[in-house]
Design a protein around this ligand. Structure first.
Ligand code: EPZ
Length: 416
């Protein structure tokens, strides 16, 4: 029997939330531990289903992992270069083991990632880039067969600053012979976190905006490293506080990684105060309407598109949200309409919203991690009871969500 969230809307969220490590950093970091046999200690690792999936993947490939709450000890050599199909199907990010595997063992067999409900998500940029670095790629019955006599440094231009492709190429380049320069690389904070993690292992990487220069090294060492805070989780709580007329403080965050959201909330008339590694969000008035365009970092993050769309259904006036990163990331739109939002999406990936004073609680279904977050935000702000199903999605990206929301004063419970 699937579980559901029952939310009685209308309580303003007030108080503090400690933000955990970033899912979208922990996953590539875990994949990159395959590049060294030496002991790696990772701290500030978030408790998420996706992290569990990646741990199973890395264990299956030979690593010995011991966990102690939010810390992991990972050590040992790679003993297999075949990634299990079920795990790659379950989570796209497990495709990131391709580069470390082929880089370390000269061979890798990795299934193509499963489709995701936020549009088609090819891996052509990953594969074209690896070919430029001397990896032979064969694609047979849904699996990638990669082979190399040794990764060779080269210049690689990415047609699009893909986060995954950039991570894949950095991991291949750190063990290459010679120097690789990636042009038009992604600049998300999670990329910088991967670069500093690999540097702490002894890699030679220089990241200058979208140009990432890597000089290969023969082997990598050991390290103890803390995963950077999850800017998307932090942004989600900031938006939830705003939507519920509340006063929320997120702590242990990297304020610079949240600039795009902080500036947009200020523009909507919300008080946003950054003090060291905390951000305080206080709503003094109904938010003004906004125009949002999602872009690669430092643009507005696509992962906060659904959450801020939920907020804008309650803003004053007309708002427009254009999603440019994924080709169909609107699973939350029909569900928000069910709650009474005046919202529609055109075929050019643009959402038009006429803000209303209230939403009304009803039954809604999460279709992906961030669409789920949007529906929770809608339910927290709505009048009446909202029942959210599809919690498997939320569990992939948000740890301790119900616990944190209840601490902030929300009336929410998780039932079978
Ligand atoms: C990462 O996905 C994140 N996931 C996503 O977060 C995030 O939305 C995305 O980056 C953009 O910021 C992880 O880090 C685990 P991309 P990724 O490659 O690497 C196209 C969440 O909710 N593309 O930058 O898959 C692709 O189809 C998740 O936490 C190609 O065309 O994102 C998409 O339209 C969702 N060819 C665009 O680029 C390729 O080879 C951006 O994808 C690769 C990507």
């Amino acid at each position: 029997m699937s579980e559901k969230l029952i939310i009685q809307g209308g309580n303003p969220l007030q108080g503090k939330v400690k933000i955990p490590g970033a899912k979208n950093s922990a996953l590539p970091l875990l994949a990159s531990t395959l590049l060294t046999d030496k002991p790696v200690k990772l701290t500030n690792v978030p408790e998420l289903k996706d992290v569990q999936t990646m741990l199973s993947m890395v264990r299956k490939l030979g690593k010995d992992i011991t966990t102690n709450s939010n810390s992991l000890q990972i050590t040992g050599p790679v003993t297999s270069n075949k990634a299990p199909v079920d795990l790659v199907r379950k989570m796209r990010a497990s495709f990131l083991v391709l580069a470390p595997l082929v880089g370390r063992t000269g061979e890798a067999i990795v299934p193509l990632p499963g489709g995701c409900n936020i549009g088609t998500r090819p891996v052509d940029l990953h594969l074209e880039g690896l070919k430029k670095l001397g990896v032979k790629i064969k694609h047979e019955d849904g699996r990638i067969f990669a082979k190399t006599d040794g990764i060779i440094g080269n210049d690689v231009f990415l047609n699009y600053p893909s986060v995954g492709a950039t991570e894949q190429l950095i991991m291949a380049a750190v063990v290459a012979r010679g120097t690789t320069t990636i042009y038009n690389g992604a600049q998300e904070p999670e990329i910088r976190d991967l670069v500093s993690f690999l540097t702490s292992l002894g890699a030679d990487i220089n990241m200058n905006g979208s140009i990432i220069k890597v000089t290969g090294v023969n082997e990598l060492g050991k390290t103890t490293y803390g995963v950077l805070p999850d800017r998307i989780a932090a942004g989600t709580y900031m938006i939830a506080g705003t939507a519920t007329n509340g006063n929320v403080e997120v702590t242990d965050v990297d304020t610079s990684s949240l600039k795009p959201l902080s500036l947009k909330l200020k523009k909507a008339g919300i008080t946003v105060k950054e003090v060291d590694n905390t951000i305080k969000v206080k709503r003094d008035q109904r938010p003004d309407n906004l125009e949002i365009i999602t872009l690669p970092f430092p643009g507005f993050p696509t992962d906060l598109q659904a959450p801020i769309t939920a907020l804008l259904t309650l803003a004053k006036g007309k708002s427009v949200v254009k999603e440019t990163v994924f080709d169909s990331r609107f699973g939350h739109v029909p569900e928000l309409s069910k709650m009474g939002a005046d919202i529609s999406v055109t075929n050019s990936s643009t959402v038009f919203i006429n803000g209303k004073k209230t939403l009304r609680g009803t039954e809604v279904e999460a279709t992906d991690i961030r669409a789920g977050a949007a529906l929770v935000i809608g339910g927290l702000a709505a009048k009446g009871e909202t029942v959210v199903s599809g919690l498997g999605h939320l569990d992939r990206g948000y740890s301790k969500l119900v616990e944190n929301l209840r601490t902030l004063g929300a009336d929410v419970e998780r039932v079978k």
